[in-house]
Design a protein around this ligand. Structure first.
Ligand SMILES: *Cc1c(COP(=O)(O)O)cnc(C)c1O
Length: 417
């Protein structure tokens, strides 16, 4: 089990300066992990991960990932504005949106980003609004053709709103070619938070086969195949991280069999992982402010589902440690809750923990992706700050907490007293 990177003394010192709750990210661990990931796929022509911005849209984190060689995967106007400001340009940007507004295509084209179309109807829209770019990518949804179904987060491909059918996909490439598009990419994202390397490699298998079929039938060659994100992380202590070297070896073998031997050229391999890049290296630090003993025992912390939605939204497990009590007997069973007036505002249910007291610090693990970014303001909850533990062991606040002024700023003629 991974250890929280600060001692109890350091944490208490930090909390004096930056009140809980906050998310803390570990820069050194993020960089080491990014390097390990890229090294594992060094065999793949032009390998690049386009970090899914939605996972952790903090500018400082995005700059760290850029310095490690990553591109960015965006899906909204706001995300495009953010990455433009950070200096990402052209093919550093993958625009993988769905249910896209015209204004978003305009911005994506203005930045010369790689546009990944989610539906055939978008081809005509794109042509009419901003003109077709020289390079286009299309997103595939295999529906019932997929052997290994996705899990709860994306679900069964037949019920997923993303991507186009196989027939539509062939038509899309044919039409794009006729209309003068010169360079092509192929994309799918079928699984999410997947820990089984065979299930992850199956996406490569499917896309490599498909690329061969499309190339032959439509008479185009592919410049890249984007395997999507979805590499899982071990949220539970008994789970094991995906062996990146093992996954890479499986994909390399498929590449050799399906791409190289069929003479499809040196097709580049891209991914758009978010979760596995920053997820394990973020922590939600909170203070226990209440305990309650009714039909169950409750621990009430000063964070809520508004700071971390995953447990309430998908019943996701996040490991919790009580700072300084790691080696005390974990012999009491609690629900760890926030203060929202919703009974799914629970970080843990029937969780074995040590006896706690008000004022103890609860550390919630693996909040570096889809944590802060999924936050919301229900019940008037204000978003927390984000802190970065830097490589020199100093801590910098990289986003302040929201204030009442922020919360009321959109209301007409309402000033905070
Ligand atoms: C969410 C998403 C990702 C990132 O998924 P992770 O589980 O964070 O790796 C990548 N691509 C698309 C299109 C997505 O929607």
């Amino acid at each position: 089990m991974k250890k929280f990177p600060l001692s109890k003394k350091e944490t208490l010192g930090l909390i004096k300066k930056y009140p809980t709750p906050f998310h803390l990210y570990d820069e050194k661990a993020i960089r080491t992990n990014a390097q390990r990931f890229q090294k594992a796929f060094a065999w793949a022509p032009g390998f690049r991960n386009y970090f899914a911005v939605k996972a952790c849209p903090n500018p400082v984190i995005l700059k760290i990932l850029a310095a490690e060689g990553m591109g960015v995967d965006c899906s909204s106007f706001t995300e495009l504005v953010l990455i433009d400001k950070l200096g990402f340009m052209g093919e550093d940007i993958m625009f993988s949106s769905n249910d896209t507004a015209y204004s978003e295509f305009t911005e994506a084209k203005r930045l010369n980003s790689i546009i990944n179309l989610d539906d055939t109807t978008q081809l005509a829209i794109l042509e009419k609004t901003v003109g077709l770019p020289e390079l286009l990518c299309f997103r595939y949804n295999p529906g019932s053709l997929r052997e290994h179904k996705g899990n709860i987060i994306i679900g069964n491909p037949e019920e997923a709103k993303f991507g186009m059918t196989k027939m539509q996909l062939f038509d899309a490439y044919r039409t794009a070619k006729e209309k003068g598009v010169k360079r092509f990419g192929l994309h799918a994202m079928i699984v999410s938070n997947e820990l089984i390397s065979d299930a992850l490699a199956e996406t490569a298998n499917m896309l490599f086969t498909l690329a061969g079929e499309i190339s032959k039938e439509v008479g185009i060659s592919f410049e890249f195949i984007n395997l999507g994100g979805g590499i899982g992380i071990p949220y539970r202590p008994e789970q094991k991280a995906v062996g990146l070297e093992e996954l890479s070896a499986k994909i390399e073998k498929l590449y050799r069999e399906k791409i190289t031997t069929q003479g499809l050229g040196k097709i580049k391999i891209y991914m758009e992982c978010g979760r596995m890049i920053t997820g394990p290296y973020g922590y939600l630090v909170s203070t226990i402010i209440n305990t309650k003993d009714i039909y169950r025992k409750y621990i009430g912390i000063d964070a809520s589902m508004a700071n971390l939605m995953r447990p309430g939204m998908y019943g996701a497990y996040h490991h919790i440690n009580i700072l300084g009590k790691e080696s005390s007997p974990q012999d009491l069973e609690y629900d760890v809750v926030g203060s929202l007036c919703e009974n799914n505002d629970k970080f843990a249910i029937n969780r074995k923990l040590p006896r706690v007291e008000i004022g103890d610090i609860a550390i919630i693990y693996d909040t570096g992706a889809h944590g802060y970014s999924m936050g919301f303001n229900y019940n008037g909850k204000l978003r927390s700050s984000e802190l970065l533990l830097k490589t020199d062991d100093s801590v910098e606040q990289i986003r302040r907490a929201e204030t009442l002024e922020d919360y009321f700023a959109t209301v007409k003629n309402f000033l905070v007293p």
